[in-house]
Design a protein around this ligand. Structure first.
Ligand SMILES: Nc1ncnc2c1ncn2[C@@H]1O[C@H](COP(=O)(O)OP(=O)(O)OP(=O)(O)O)[C@@H](O)[C@H]1O
Ligand SMILES: [Mg+2]
Length: 277
């Protein structure tokens, strides 16, 4: 029996979801978390699309899918997703696709100033993905609070804020939480579910433990109870143009992200008692 049918029979929920990784702070694992979540979710049977909204195009680059001059990106498709989106998606593997990104997406900050467009742009693209039978959309955001992030906040069911142990991360976390709340008020929308993912945890370093204690003390209601430990495996996988889930050998990078995916997508009880690969 296919894994998905097996998990569905045990109560796993494959209803359409939009998950975004957002933090103003750069370099704390938004892209690694996006591509790793997407790859693992596919292994659990979710038909998944990555929306790369960062004009750096890091998620696209990670899969060798940087767009060419004529390849459409979000900037080109958001006004006419029904017509434009299917042809713009690049296939990474059987059930995994990406809408790649390039510098041109940075123009959204200049050209998408109408609040109604901001509210509906990412929503429209996600609605089209739902219509195309995707189960999961994973959005990789730039380290800013510009238009792409505003539009993402309006579209996401779950916003995951990755946080590392440094002070800039915590400041980014506070600003991101405030921004989410102010956008929900401005646009009168239902707040997304907010989760905090602690990344780059290094048990040998005191500051890592201090940051964990601070997250537990101040953000317990949002905190995912799994920490992502530092590992060189992420960099090595990127060098190979893949994620840590491309191979079957064991690693704590895989263990941590697997637990994250299980927790985020509520797969724990359906998987209880199963051996992972
Ligand atoms: N758990 C980890 N252990 C070790 N290195 C990591 C870990 N997570 C991410 N990295 C590395 O840190 C760097 C930044 O990660 P990533 O690109 O995912 O951050 P980001 O938040 O998307 O950055 P930006 O805001 O610039 O887009 C990358 O080189 C990545 O390989
Ligand atoms: Mg990134």
């Amino acid at each position: 029996m296919r894994l998905r049918e097996f998990l569905e029979a045990r109560g796993a929920d494959y209803s359409f979801k939009v998950v975004a990784h957002v933090n103003l702070r750069g370099g704390i694992g938004k892209t690694i978390s996006s591509i790793t979540l997407a790859t693992r979710a596919v292994q659990y049977g979710f038909k998944t699309c990555i929306l790369d909204l960062d004009s750096q195009g890091s998620a696209s680059l990670a899969f060798g899918k940087l767009p060419g001059e004529d390849d459409p990106i979000f900037y080109d498709v958001w006004q006419r997703p029904t017509e434009m989106l299917p042809g713009a998606l690049q296939r990474i593997e059987d059930q995994l696709f990406i809408l790649p990104s390039s510098l041109e997406n940075g123009l959204l900050d200049i050209n998408m100033i109408n609040p109604s467009a901001q509210k509906n742009a990412v929503r429209g693209v996600c609605a089209e993905l739902k219509a195309n039978h995707f189960d999961l959309v994973v959005i990789d955001c730039p380290p800013s609070l510009g238009t792409a992030v505003i539009s993402t906040i309006c579209a996401a069911d779950i916003i995951v804020i990755p946080v590392a142990s440094d002070a800039f991360s915590f400041r980014g976390l506070e600003i991101t939480l405030n921004e989410i709340s102010s956008i929900c008020q401005t646009f009168s929308i239902r707040p997304p579910q907010i989760r905090i993912l602690y990344t780059k945890f290094d048990r040998r370093i005191k500051i890592s433990h201090d940051a964990a204690a601070r997250l537990k003390a101040n953000y317990a209601q949002y905190l995912i109870p799994i920490y992502i430990r530092t590992s060189t495996d992420f960099l090595k996988a990127l060098e190979r143009g893949e994620t840590v889930f491309a191979h079957s050998q064991k690693s704590h990078a895989k263990d941590d992200y697997d637990l994250y995916v299980r927790s985020l997508l509520h797969l724990d009880s359906a998987l209880a008692g199963e051996e992972d690969d």
